[in-house]
Design a protein around this ligand. Structure first.
Ligand code: TXE
Length: 498
């Protein structure tokens, strides 16, 4: 796509999609119409799949798994498909970024950066496909040898949210495929386009038909049916903690499918007195505003040493005021539109609760009127106390709550004072202080003097109510496998019946 002519303009008519199953597009269904959250114009039309479509997609994934057309390939052959996918993504980067912007409302420059991360996911997945291996036990005595085989779990259901439609997808798909599994994906009903486009790309890269299928529709109908499907061996869900809980019930009530869950977060950013305060403020502004704070690893609780708190809050407020909020298709935009009306209402109601509960707004504090679309000012609350709603709940918006501590022990207690444990960030120039905090804060991803850093080599996932299991890297591939122990007797059997 020629970026100068098309990336910056809106489509003249919504693009109509079919759903992707068994290596082909399927149409002829009722459609949802999606409007661009940044502009209010219709951009895509997506099928409302039926339970029969879901059954057909699961059957296609089952056939592709059982016929060994994917699981039976060597790791090197699977890696070839993943690397070709990375190449095609490189070629179609601007186009995919464009549909992400139109359905999600994120800034175009950010969306392109996310596609680069997705390309890296496929490259790392390719390496993981080649390196995946089991284990052996040469310690069972001369008469017995033990092998541990890693086998793909089978048919995987993948349910993804709307905040990073393509990135979250690509943090999972290459690793699921690397393991030899096949899958049925159910993207969020408001951001399905790029998940569908990936079907076409994987087919061009040589993925056997049926290995990747996409059914579209609402969470309550198609999502719920996928979680309950008796022929799905594993389900990876990313979304709200409430739906995560219903996924666990559905698995228990049906076939005990294996689960991977990445749920909410209320992530601390802990700043010690010896931190570089300019750096920490920049990290805090980025950590809460990136993707309009609609990010499971957003650093939404600032926990700062009381001795430097006023200074840090002053630097931070000034930085947050400079963030460029605006049209997601504008190259200069840093923070785009809120993705859904429901999420917009949720964020604004938390801002009002914060004010009503007595927290002080240092910057932001409301909606922004920028013509069409929903925009919210990056907001910093000071004087937040432990029981306030803005202290405990995942807001999923650009709203940062600031707390103070007197001792390092209090800092760690405050950081851990949440039901979640997805991510955390620590800022200190003292290695003892930083490492002690990194070890004691209960979170799946820790950043020291940085925030949201890392690549798909490193595992992603949460402690506590933030979820189960890990995605990406070798840990991610292993999640989609199960181990089998094989015992081999060597030589003549010593007989039981004499
Ligand atoms: O998420 P849902 P929502 C959090 C965030 C946000 C809140 C609500 O706090 O404010 O969740 O967002 C599918 N069975 N996160 O309501 O409903 C749905 O179609 C099976 C954090 O949009 O959890 C979509 O594909 N599936 C999170 C996906 O679940 C169901 C990212 C997520 O939607 C279903 C998103 C059901 N009963 C929201 N109901 C993160 N960790 O990044 C819905 N779905």
């Amino acid at each position: 796509m020629d970026q100068r002519t098309t990336v910056h303009s809106l489509p003249t008519a919504p693009r109509e999609f079919g759903f992707w199953m068994d290596g082909a597009w399927h149409g002829g269904r009722d459609l949802f119409e999606r409007r661009s959250p940044g502009h209010g114009v219709p951009v895509t039309r997506i099928p409302k799949c039926t339970p029969a479509d879901l059954n057909a997609a699961v059957a296609a994934a089952r056939r592709a798994f059982e016929d060994r057309s994917w699981a039976g390939l060597s790791g090197a052959e699977r890696a070839g498909v993943l690397l070709r996918t990375a190449e095609i993504l490189r070629r179609r980067r601007d186009e995919i970024a464009y549909w992400e912007v139109l359905e999600n409302g994120k800034p175009i420059s950010q969306a392109r950066g996310e596609i680069d991360h997705c390309i890296a996911c496929f490259e790392v997945g390719a390496g993981a496909a080649r390196l995946l291996h089991g284990d052996s036990f040469n310690s069972l005595g001369d008469g017995l040898f033990g092998m541990v085989l890693r086998e793909p779990v089978g048919v995987v259901g993948l349910i993804t949210p709307w905040n990073f439609p393509f990135l979250i997808l690509c943090e999972r798909v290459p690793f699921i495929l690397a393991s030899g599994c096949t899958m049925v994906v159910k993207p969020s009903e408001v951001t399905s386009a790029t998940t569908l486009i990936l079907g076409e790309i994987l087919a061009e890269a040589g993925l056997p038909k049926g290995a990747y299928n996409v059914v579209t529709g609402s969470g309550r109908s198609i999502g719920q049916a996928l979680t309950e499907h008796p022929d799905v061996d594993m389900l990876s869900f990313t979304g709200s903690t409430a739906v995560g809980r219903s996924v666990v019930h559905a698995a228990a009530d049906t076939n005990f499918k294996k689960l991977g869950l990445e749920l909410g977060g209320k992530n601390p950013i802990v700043v010690f007195a010896d931190a570089d305060l300019e750096d920490a403020a920049d990290g805090a502004a980025f950590g809460i505003s990136f993707n309009t704070g609609q990010c499971c690893v957003s650093s939404s609780r600032l926990i700062v040493d009381a001795r430097v708190a006023d200074e840090l809050e002053t630097i931070l407020s000034a930085k947050m005021k400079k963030i460029v909020v605006g049209d997601p298709l504008d190259e200069a935009t840093q923070v785009g539109a809120i993705t859904t009306d429901a999420q917009n209402q949720t964020i604004l109601s938390y801002i009002e609760k914060g004010k009503a509960e007595g927290a002080r707004v240092l910057t932001g504090g409301g909606a922004m009127s920028l013509g069409k679309g929903s925009y919210i000012e990056p907001t910093l609350f000071s004087g937040v106390t432990r029981k306030m709603a803005i202290a405990t709940d995942e807001i999923f918006g650009p709203v940062l709550s600031s707390f103070r501590f007197e001792t390092a022990e209090q800092a760690i207690q405050l950081a851990n004072d949440t039901v979640y444990g997805l991510a955390a960030s620590v800022w200190s120039k003292n290695i003892d202080t930083a490492l002690a905090a990194a070890r004691r804060i209960r979170a799946g991803r820790m950043w020291v003097n940085c925030i949201m850093a890392g690549g798909p080599e490193m595992p992603l996932g949460g402690f506590k109510q933030s979820g189960w299991g890990r995605e990406a890297g070798t840990y991610g591939v292993e999640e989609y496998t199960q181990v089998k122990s094989v015992h081999i007797e060597l030589g003549k059997r010593s007989h039981w019946i004499k």
